[in-house]
Design a protein around this ligand. Structure first.
Ligand SMILES: [Zn+2]
Length: 187
């Protein structure tokens, strides 16, 4: 292994990268070596040279990160499955006596979509719109059979249903965004 010797300025530049665990192995080693030998850089880091050697050689922190990452992925999958089931149920109850549950269901799903997709929350809103419109179109054809034709009335009613449900979904996104913003501020 060839040793890379760095000066204090380069060491200070690399420190944030090492702390965030995005530096290359070479940079990490060079920083650790430098800190172990340089008191001013060690105090800049916030540890003594020996402590930093121990903490970076100890790989369990990285393993912990992986475990945490896996748990997070598992939660995301669970919530996404919940969103799909919720959407299917919400679409199924349109035009039934239970349809007003969608006033609650859609915002909850919207909040979930913000939690999972963040800025790409519109992916789920589009899914809501498409499923609701499709349902209205299918229902229309089932109801009118051969007399059905694609006209302005069908577009009007199906798009209106779609927009109503997207509005409720976006209300949930907005609530989740505001909560996220509020909690982010306090941290
Ligand atoms: Zn130094």
């Amino acid at each position: 292994m060839n040793d890379i010797v760095i000066n204090c300025a380069i060491c200070a530049d690399l420190m944030p990268l090492v702390k965030d665990d995005v530096a290359s192995e070479e940079s990490k080693e060079a920083v650790i070596k430098h800190i172990a030998a340089c008191d001013s850089c060690a105090s800049l880091w916030g540890y003594s040279g020996i402590e930093i050697l121990e903490s970076t050689e100890n790989k369990t922190t990285i393993d912990d990160k992986k475990v945490f990452e896996n748990i997070r992925k598992g939660i995301y999958k669970f919530i996404f499955a919940f969103m799909i089931i919720g959407l299917l149920w919400g679409v199924a109850i349109i035009n039934s006596v239970n349809m007003f549950y969608n006033i609650i269901i859609m915002p909850i799903l919207g909040a979930c979509s913000y939690y999972i997709f963040r800025r790409k929350f519109y992916i789920f809103s589009i899914m809501v719109f498409v499923s609701v419109v499709l349902r209205s179109v299918i229902e229309y054809f089932v109801e009118f059979g051969n007399g059905a034709h694609i006209g302005i009335d069908l577009l009007n009613s199906s798009f209106t249903w779609g927009l109503i449900h997207v509005t409720f979904t976006l209300a949930g996104v907005l609530i989740a965004f505001l909560l996220h913003f509020a909690f982010g501020k306090t941290k």
